[in-house]
Every structure is written in C-alpha cells, then in structure tokens.
Design a protein around this ligand. Sequence first.
Ligand SMILES: CCCCCC/C=C/CC(=O)SCCNC(=O)CCNC(=O)[C@H](O)C(C)(C)COP(=O)(O)OP(=O)(O)OC[C@H]1O[C@@H](n2cnc3c(N)ncnc32)[C@H](O)[C@@H]1OP(=O)(O)O
Length: 719
Amino acid sequence: MARYELVKRSVALITLTNPPVNSLSSAVRHGIAKTMDRALSDPKVTAVVICGENGRFCGGADIREFAGPMRGPPLLPLLDSIEAGEKPVVAAIEGVALGGGLELALVCHYRIAHSKARLGLPEVTLGLLPAAGGTQRLPRLIGIPAALELITTGRHVSSQEALKLGIVDQVTEQNVCEVAVEFALRAVAKPLSSRRLSALTVPCPPDLDALLEAVTMQIQKKARGMMAPLACVQAVRAAATMPYSQGIKRESELMATLFNSGQARALQYCFFAERTAGKWTLPSGAQWNDTKPREIRSAAVIGLGTMGRGIAVSLARVGISVIAVESDKKLMETGRQMVIGMLERDAKRRGVSASLNLLKFTLSLQDLKDVDLVIEAVFEDMALKKRVFQELSKLCRPTTLLCSNTSGLDVDALAGVTDRPQLVIGMHFFSPAHVMKLLEVVCGPRSSSETIATAMSLGKRMEKVSVAVGNCPGFVGNRMLKPYSDQATFLLEEGATPEQIDKVLEDFGFAMGVFRMSDLAGLDVGWRVRKESGLTGPDVDPKNPPRRRQGRKYCPIPDMVCEQGRFGQKTGRGWYMYDKPGGTNAKPDPLIQNLLETYRSRYGIKPRNITDQEIIDRCLFALANEGFRILEDGIAARPEDIDVIYQFGYGFPRHRGGPMFYASMVGLERVLERLEHYHQAHPDVPHLEPSPLLKKLVACGSPPIQKWREHIKTMHSHL
Ligand SMILES: CCCCCC/C=C/CC(=O)SCCNC(=O)CCNC(=O)[C@H](O)C(C)(C)COP(=O)(O)OP(=O)(O)OC[C@H]1O[C@@H](n2cnc3c(N)ncnc32)[C@H](O)[C@@H]1OP(=O)(O)O
C-alpha cells in the first residue's frame, strides 16, 4: 500500500498505492509508517519524496473505514513523526491532495504541486473537521482568515491559488515526482525548523473575535443547523489562541463530538449515495458499466420557456452545439436574448469565454433533421407533446434520440407515437435548469439500454447528478411531493398557518418550506392539473361531499387561493404576500389568515394547537412512505436514489441524508407506529397507510438502509 524505492542513490521515493484515490486506509497508514521508518533509519537516504500512484496524490482518509472500529496506526502521531524527522520530506502533489491527503502534505517540509492539481480540506462536507492537525497547521501556514474560509467551506483550490496562498512552494507542469526529487536533493542540509508548521506562531489578525463572529453568522445563515462548520470555527479559534499542543487536543475533542453525530453519518451516506446513483441496472441485466453511451455532438431544444433556456445553456456550456426552436418570432427573439445573457454571465463566473457560436435559433423543426438528440421542453400538455413527438419522428434521422423534459407525464405514451420507441426517454431537469444539479432520467419500458446510457452520460457531461428512474405519474420526485404537500394543507385545515409549517420545515433544514416553495414554483400549475383530473372546477359533481374527492379526503384551500388570482411570487400574492409581482421577500398575509378562519368556521373545524413534532412527523413520514411504495413498485432501484433526488431537486437538508435515510435514522418502527396512528385518525388519507415494504422491513428487524434492497421483491422493475 506504500511502495519504497531509492532514487538518485539518496532519495527515498514513497508511493501511496491504493486505487482509485490512494485514500489513507489502515493498510496505507501502515505502509507509510513502515516506509518512513526505513527511510529515516537508512544512512544512504538523505531526503524523502512522498507521491501517489496513478496521478493522484491522496484523496484523504478512507471514508468507508469511518463506519467500523478504528484499525491500523492512528494518523495524527504518524504525521507528527514525519514532521519531526531530521531528513527533508517533500510532497509531490498530482491530481488531488484532499482532507487527510493535504494534512499529510502539510507535515512534509516542502510541497510541490502539478499545475492541474486540486487541494483542499473537504472534511466539513462529510460532517467532520480536519482532525489530523489540519485546523492547527493550515492557519500557521496561510493565516487565520484564509484558513478559516477553506476549512469551513471545504472548497478545493487550484495549485495556482494554493501557490498564491502559500500552501505549496512550487507549481510545475513537468513530472512532479522528478521535480520533487531534484528539489529534495537541494533541500538536504538546509535547516528544517522553519518548515515544521506546528512549531510556527499563528499570524493572528487584530480583529479575531469580529472575524470569527462574522463567519459564524454567515454559517448560521447558509448552513443552517449544521454542526461541522461551527466546530471548524472553534478549532481555528483554538489555533489562534492556544499553543499547538493544546490546539491539537481541542481539535480532537471537537472531532470526537462530530464523528459520532448523526450529521456525519448522513453526510458520509450522501457522499456514497451520489456516486451510487449513476450505477443503474436493467432487469435485462444491462447496466451502467457494460453499455456504451452514444457520443452527442449536436442537440436541439424545443421551447424557449424557463426550462428550455436553462437546458440550452447547460448544453452549450459543455461544448454541445444547440439548435433552439420556438414557435413564434417574438418568443424566439426573447429566448435568444435570455439564453445569450445567461451563457455570458455563466462564462464570466467560470472565467471562460461564452460559447455563443454553438447556438442557433430557429422557427422551423425542419432544421432538426441532423441533430444527435432532441430535448422537448414545451408546455406540460400531453396532446401538444404528442404532436411534437409525431413531427420529430417524421423529421429527424432514424438514429436521433428523442427526449422529453416532462415533469410527470407518461414517457411511454410519447414513445408510442414515434417510429423509434427504443430511442425515447425522459430527461426531467429542475428549474432553473442551468443551476439545479438534479436530472431524473426517466426510462420507459421500451427505452433501450444504449438510450439510457446516453442520457445518463449526457447528464454527467452537463455536470448534473443523474438518477435513472422508472416511468409513472410524477416519476420519483414529484410523485413523493404530493403526500408531503397534502399533509401540509391538511394541517392548515386543522389549525396551522403557512408560516408556522414553513418555519418548522426550514428549521429542520429544508432550503424552503412547502408553501414558500409552492409560491416560487407557481400555484397555477398544480391548479391546472387538479382541474384536468376533475378534482376541482366546473366538472366536479355537485353531489360530491365537501372536502372529499374520488373517495378520499381532499383539501380545497389551494384551489381557493388560486381562485383569488394568487399564483405565488409571479403575481406578488400566493400563500404569502410580496412587495411586487416577482418579489421574493415573503410576508405573512392577513388575507390568508382570514381565508383559513372563514374556511374552518364554514366546515365547523375547531382549530387546535399543532406541535412542531406533528408537522415534521406527518409531512416527512408521508413523504418517506411514498418513497417505500416507489421502491416496491420498482420506480427507483435503491433508497439512495430517492435521497439523492430529494437533496438535489427539492432542498432536503443534506445533513439529514434524505427522506429514506432520515426514516432509517428515526427508526422504522417509530415511522410505522406514527403512520399507523395518523392513518387511524385520517382513514380517508391513503398516503398515511403504511406501505407493505415498511411493514416488512420492521418485521425483519429494521435492517440498515444499505440492506433494504435485499427485502425488495419487486414483481417487475420499471428500470
Ligand atoms: C479513522 C482514520 C482517522 C483519520 C483522521 C484524519 C481524518 C481525515 C479526514 C478525511 O480525510 S475525510 C476524507 C476527505 N476527502 C474527501 O472528502 C475526498 C472525497 N473524494 C472526492 O472528492 C472525489 O472522490 C475525488 C477524490 C475528487 C475524485 O473524484 P472523481 O470524480 O474522479 O471520482 P469519484 O467517482 O468521486 O471517486 C472514485 C471512487 O473512489 C471512491 N472514493 C473517493 N474518495 C474516497 C475516500 N476518501 N474514501 C473512500 N473512497 C473514496 C468513490 O467512492 C468512488 O468509488 P465508488 O465505488 O464509485 O463509490
């Protein structure tokens, strides 16, 4: 796990060999300890270079080992002994030096980085802090403000920025190991005392307290409810105010608190869930690593509304030429200006030039006949989409992939109107599509494995987190949203207010409560869907009992809000009031309060005091319950896929893992007990009836989430 060679007759070259990222597993730590001992005790060796195999220095601690008991040599004393050694040690950084990997480099006396390397202390993103001396050494090297920023955000820096900050001594475009060996030879016999970071004093800013206070406030606003960034601030404060020996103790104490916290477990679960999501498998046996995606060089986007514009930008900025189609000249011109503006702003932010030459705008579908792939992003109307797909089927060459950005309509019905159902697939982007990271790749029963592989690979190229899901109304994300938002509106009937529910959900960690989110998305969309499904509007049978539709409980309050022309932020009124149409500053509206009171008295509902816990339990357990049904139905292959969708598409707090991980942490027995309790109280709400899978898992002793798959006996997977 660490290879030892003697080069240039006097330099010990230690190479970490633990693919794919040379993480510091117990075997690697053991290897480092052994090879360093050999190097330090061999009189022929005058200097040491540490590097990593396969172009990667080190990706940090082996995160998988965090789940088990600590084995192998502890990292901290090992690193201290490298720093204390009497022979110069040079880190040759290629690829990445992250977390424990950068901490290893910080105990080396010199650091040489390749020009393409990235460095950082991302522990905070895993619910931890850099506890192998990182919080104490980095501030001594680059000062408190810069170290605080890097440690509390986990941001990676380029080697050029690392050089400016003083993290590395030299950046090279040559073979970094060879450069490091030459550097090491020159360093022999130079004094090492000033190169031992733990021995340096911290350059402390005069306004330390104000700085720490400002950063703490920023964290409380941006990383609401997260423990790790606040612990990082405390550890850096220790570096600034204590000698190294005490600071390091404080670092360990803070790490111990974080290490065993639910937040660290959730964030580490998220790390692997995100990587697992790309690994799809079909019932046919075809899977992500044995199906070759097609290369996509050109694409078309039909419809230049909010979604179409974001999709066009996402394609063009990764070098794909885009033909954007609109149905009328004025709309096309507006779309053109918006797309160009978005692409220019995006390029400026990334420090690259905008790829405007890749864009073409047209009014004619005829222009699409030679593209590799089309993404339809027209209005969410099945008849309209079918017409577009029929037309594309006639116009495009037979190998063109046809994709729909529908947010919930039947992808197979669209495939059915074409001459190539195997090349039809859903690509459900989230708004704004050039910003939101999530892409649901909706596999119809006839989508070929090559089509799925191509859509997934295109998503990755567009820097999206892509999750393959099956075809059912609402797919995964929007299907689960219904029971969640239904519970919120039932709670309004019973006595809660939108602001109370939103506050509870936001305190839980959601980016936005359900009502603020609906105001942002626009309330008219759901209203139209409810009218089309006969739940509200003139088609509802007047003999229908109030507050019941289609044999189940129904809350008409959202319809009443829309009937008043309150469609959310865009109209300046919704569940909240805003300063102006398009405003974002939500204020509670007495008119909504009034509407709720009138409604309750009309139906003789006596408002009751609703606790925060009831809001959380009803909304989130109904959400997870639908997730269990989705797993049973084979619409999602794994709970991890659902959790990734909720984190990246619906603002579910990452430090809670996602709805399924949250359910597992709360305890499946409790989730089942609460659902049974609420279903008894509301037997006409089928979403509260515990799913068979949940019952089965509880009956099997509530296995850990990674084992749920073994209990899912899906009749037929929709993937
Ligand atoms: C008990 C010991 C006490 C130690 C005390 C010191 C504490 C130190 C704390 C740490 O060091 S925490 C770890 C900090 N490091 C990170 O957060 C880096 C995580 N990795 C990444 O960001 C990326 O993987 C990468 C290194 C930038 C490479 O990205 P790339 O897109 O090229 O590949 P991936 O698909 O992300 O990863 C490939 C493969 O490798 C697995 N993996 C990556 N990093 C680790 C790791 N640190 N530990 C374990 N496994 C890792 C990843 O899961 C992929 O494998 P999979 O099978 O496809 O899931």
